[in-house]
Design a protein around this ligand. Structure first.
Ligand code: FPP
Length: 231
C-alpha cells in the first residue's frame, strides 16, 4: 500500500563543486542553487501535491565557512525571498522556518518574519527553510524546554516532539541529498527515524524537475513498514 507523500526534505549539496566545474566563484553555485529551490518547491506542490517541502539552507555548522561565503549565502537568501514574496502570496504558499533564525542578519530575519506572517493563513502548500538549524541543537533546546515546563516525569514522544522546531510539521517521508554524499549531516535526525533516504550524485544546481520526479518514482516503489513485520 502506498503511503501518500506529506513531506519531502532536501539537503542541497554540491553548489561549490558545480561552480568549480564551470570556473565560477562558489557564490555562482549558491545563486543557481537558490533558484532551483523555488522551482523544485513549486513543482512538488503543483505536480505532486506534496504539502510540505523542506530545504536545508544553512546549518549550525555552516558558520565555520569563510565569512564572505556566509554573508553571500545570507544576501542571496534575502534577495530571493524578497523577490518571491509576491509569489508566496499569489500561490498561497506558507513559509516556515526551522532553527534559531534570530541569530541571522537582521535584514534576513526581518524578511523571514514578514513573509511568515503574511503567509500564516495558508495551509495547503508549505515551504520550510532550515536556517541556522542543527538536529543536535534542536534536541538540546527541546530538552531544556521540557525541563522548564516540568514535563520530564511523564515524558513521551508525542509530548517531546511538541518542543522540536517541527512541532506542526509532519515527519519527512523522504529525505533527498544531492551531490553523492551519503549522510544526514545533522539534518532532521529525530524526525527522519522512519524516513526513506534517497541519494543522487547530481549536484544541487543541476537537480531539476525530472531529477525530482525520479526520486519520487523511486520512493513510490519502496515498501514502508515502520518496524512492522512483512505483510
Ligand atoms: C551546499 O553546497 C549548499 C549550502 C551549504 C548552502 C545552500 C544555500 C543556498 C543555495 C541558498 C538557499 C536558498 C534557498 C531559497 C533554499 P556546498 O557549498 O556544500 O557545495 P560543495 O559541497 O560542492 O562545496
Amino acid at each position: 500500500m502506498e503511503t501518500p507523500l506529506k513531506h519531502v526534505a532536501l539537503i542541497l549539496d554540491g553548489n561549490g563543486r558545480w561552480a568549480k566545474q564551470r570556473n565560477l566563484p562558489r557564490s555562482g553555485g549558491h545563486k543557481e542553487g537558490a533558484k532551483r529551490a523555488f522551482e523544485i518547491a513549486q513543482h512538488a506542490f503543483q505536480h505532486w501535491h506534496i504539502p510540505f517541502v523542506t530545504f536545508y539552507a544553512f546549518s549550525t555548522e555552516n558558520w565555520q565557512r569563510p565569512k564572505l561565503e556566509v554573508s553571500t549565502i545570507f544576501r542571496l537568501l534575502n534577495t530571493h525571498l524578497k523577490k518571491q514574496r509576491a509569489n508566496f502570496i499569489k500561490e498561497k504558499i506558507r513559509l516556515h522556518t526551522l532553527g534559531d533564525i534570530a541569530q541571522l542578519p537582521s535584514n534576513l530575519y526581518a524578511t523571514l518574519m514578514d513573509i511568515k506572517q503574511a503567509t500564516s493563513q495558508f495551509t495547503k502548500c508549505n515551504l520550510v527553510l532550515a536556517l541556522n538549524y542543527g538536529a543536535r541543537e534542536e534536541t538540546l533546546r527541546a530538552i531544556k524546554l521540557c525541563i522548564q515546563a516540568s514535563t520530564v516525569q511523564s515524558l513521551d514522544w508525542n509530548t517531546f516532539s511538541r518542543y522540536l522546531y517541527t512541532a506542526d510539521i509532519p515527519d519527512p517521508d523522504l529525505v533527498i541529498r544531492t551531490s553523492g554524499e551519503v549522510r544526514l549531516s545533522n539534518y532532521l535526525c529525530l524526525q527522519s527515524a522512519y524516513s526513506e533516504l534517497y541519494f543522487t550524485p547530481t549536484y544541487w544546481p543541476d537537480f531539476n524537475k525530472e531529477a525530482f520526479d525520479l526520486a519520487i518514482e523511486n520512493y513510490k516503489k519502496r515498501e514502508r513498514r515502520f518496524g512492522n513485520a512483512e505483510q
